[in-house]
Ligand binder design. Structure first.
Ligand code: KPL
Length: 339
């Protein structure tokens, strides 16, 4: 199978490294330092056990060089999906298909709008990866990947699952597409914004009582918004699931923490922002997601006091949540987070 991986960040490199052992893979992206490092030295891949190897990878900024692909794996940030859909259109063969494994709401819809319903599909993954420097990726935590198996698609989901499994990714299929997306959203809303504003590992959220409480509340809000749409999550208890993922990925730096630390825009809009918007539409209060959304947005703008210790930030967040609850509305963007 010819695979184009659209996105050359940590997850693109992780999937590229492993899939290139079983398929013909080309990474497509625009980050000059990363492209130069991959072309000159290949990818230095550090396995979860710390062992490192160099893997040659095809990397290009020219979609034509990856065409004609049978599968375009979409691993860009959620706010880059519209451009990634256009790139997928260029790299895919007429019978090829795009598969998003991104975080957040709305990615499949954006791919479908460009490629059509049979040429776009969705999965979720809890694999963790961190880019240590251009050309160096660490497989930070082994996770599980699930691919939607709900409708006719150009490339059969079981074929993709088989390929992923042969590359070493534990993979299964599920016909509950909305459940998959909202389940992942609950975990991401619980873990990503808190680890980003506190600049802590995922494991800190399991260990610190206040952080754990906020993580659980954020995940539970997502579950309530999903339930209001009759979406059945793939697990019974969103709080337990967020906690379990935080523990299983304890040493990971979440993608949002990495984005914020590296001065990149985060996916907060497609995660907490999407939850708040859906909650508003459905009449489900989402004060915790609202507070976390504002906190991350302010951190992106440099308003957040980056040097403040996690405990002080947590107290501030708790106070904001209490205030948002008494107002029984979501906090607005002018919430003052200064300590
Ligand atoms: O999806 C993740 C992310 O970092 O974006 C989790 C599962 C939280 C792993 O860190």
């Amino acid at each position: 199978m010819r695979i184009a991986i659209i996105g050359i960040g940590a997850m693109g490199c992780l999937f590229g490294a492993k899939l290139s052992q079983v398929a013909e893979v080309t990474l497509v992206g625009h980050w000059p330092d990363q492209l130069a490092a991959l072309r000159e030295h290949g990818l230095r891949f550090i396995a979860p056990d710390g062992r490192s190897q160099t893997i040659p990878l095809n990397a290009t900024d020219d979609p034509q060089a990856a065409a004609p692909a049978d599968l375009a794996l979409i691993l860009v940030k959620s706010y880059q999906t519209p451009q990634a859909a256009e790139t997928a259109q260029q790299v895919l063969s007429p019978k090829g298909m795009a598969l998003t494994l991104q975080n957040g709401l709305g990615n499949l819809e954006q791919l479908t709008a460009v490629l059509g319903p049979h040429r776009a599909n969705l999965g979720i993954t809890s694999e963790g990866a961190a880019l240590l420097e251009p050309g160096v990726v660490r497989h930070a935590g082994t996770g599980h990947t699930t691919i939607a198996d709900a409708r006719e698609t150009a490339v059969r989901p079981d074929k993709i699952a088989e390929l992923f499994a042969s590359a070493g990714f534990a993979t299964s299929l599920s016909s509950n597409v909305n459940g998959l997306v909202w389940g992942k959203l609950a975990v991401n809303a619980g873990i990503n914004p808190l680890t980003a504003v506190l600049q802590v590992t995922n494991g800190f959220l399991a260990e610190n009582a206040t952080a754990r409480e906020l993580m659980i509340l954020a995940a539970q809000e997502v579950a309530l918004v999903a339930a209001a749409q009759n979406i059945v999550l793939p697990f019974a208890d969103a709080a337990a699931q967020a906690l379990a993922v935080a523990q299983a990925t304890a040493t990971n730096h979440s993608s949002m923490r990495q984005d914020l630390a590296n001065g990149r825009a985060t996916e907060i809009g497609a995660i907490c922002g999407a939850v708040v918007a859906a909650g508003r539409r459905l009449g489900v209060p989402t004060p915790v997601n609202g507070v976390l959304q504002t906190a991350v947005q302010q951190a992106e703008q440099g308003i957040w006091p980056a040097a403040a210790p996690p405990v002080a930030i947590l107290q501030q967040l708790l106070a904001q949540v209490a205030q948002a609850k008494t107002q029984s509305t979501d906090v607005t963007d002018d919430t003052d987070f200064s300590l």
